[in-house]
Design a protein around this ligand. Structure first.
Ligand code: ZN
Length: 296
């Protein structure tokens, strides 16, 4: 049986047009690449496709961003939509803010979300509460969760911290997803990045809330921590709700990250005296779980 490889979490954009200088500089610094941030954050769309071919990725999910309440970073739905037309393997999540600059419910964004799904084929909603300075369980966000349930699409949230100083540290804590998971039991919610450094707390949340998933996108930069967090996911019996993502342009070439998951992950486990992963578990994190999360 051939199983799918799904990259659940990627980004595209042009430096300074879609990503602020502050975001590009600080995230590159966080990834140990402080020098070449302009190139890293100026995505060549042909290179994105070529990287997908090289890595043998069957489905790659492209996520929008909108932090404009706090920072100029924004990847508009139209820009992503245009890219989605290029390849059948691409799927899109619209990136929006649920709250406006006056701390009120962002009604135009809700309309945009609905149109993106019903008219443009977007398959989910991406939120960045910490970058936009609100808590995920803020009541202004509730109409968006309700709409996602009505449209039958999942939500993925940037959770955990970020190297970007302007973001709010506390807003990334997975504790704020508990209310949403309970109030919308039919909504699939992905707590991205295992909400680092709160990975074990994310797993605790997932155990009590069966509609919460996680991805370990961008975590390739800390392979020992990532290995340990996946061991924790296994111990908490959450391997069937844990998903591979690159956070492209981070963790590239994606081929190397996938190869690391297939071989080096178990080598690191053996070296550390930790339990290893079965082929079934690896297949789940590389694609089967994402297939279920996306409803494919
Ligand atoms: Zn993201």
């Amino acid at each position: 049986v051939v199983s799918l490889i799904i990259d659940i979490h990627t980004h595209i954009g042009e430096y300074e047009k879609h990503w602020s200088e502050t975001l590009a500089r600080t995230v590159s610094r966080g990834h140990g690449k402080p020098e070449d941030f302009k190139e890293m954050w100026d995505i060549d769309l042909d290179a994105y496709i070529a990287d997908m071919d090289d890595a043998g990725i069957d489905v790659s999910v492209v996520m929008g961003m909108d932090f404009t309440r706090v920072d100029p970073t924004r990847t508009p739905a139209d820009y992503i939509y245009k890219f989605l037309q290029r390849d059948d393997r691409l799927m899109g999540f619209i990136g929006l803010q649920t709250i406006d600059t006056r701390d009120r419910f962002n009604a135009p964004a809700l309309k945009e979300f609905e149109e993106a799904v019903t008219e443009k084929g977007f398959v989910g909603l991406k939120l960045h509460p910490n970058y936009s300075h609100y808590r995920p369980n803020d009541k202004t966000a509730y109409p968006f969760y309700q709409k996602a349930v009505e449209l039958g699409v999942p939500v993925l949230m940037h959770m955990g911290t970020t190297p970007a100083t302007f973001a709010e540290y506390d807003a990334g804590h997975p504790r704020y997803v508990d209310d949403i998971a309970q109030d919308f039991p039919d909504l699939k919610i992905c707590v991205a990045h295992m909400a680092y450094p709160w990975a074990e707390e994310t797993l605790g949340l997932m155990r009590k809330c069966p509609n919460v998933y996680t991805d370990f996108s961008a975590a390739c930069i800390r392979p020992i921590v990532l290995t340990w967090n996946l061991v924790l996911a296994k111990e908490y019996q959450m391997m069937d709700r844990t998903m591979f993502g690159s956070d492209y342009p981070c963790c590239t070439p994606r081929k190397d990250f996938i190869e690391w998951i297939k071989t080096d992950l178990n080598k690191q486990c053996e070296k550390s005296g930790w339990p290893t992963f079965t082929k079934g578990e690896i297949d789940n994190i590389l694609g089967n779980t994402a297939k279920d999360y996306l409803g494919l």
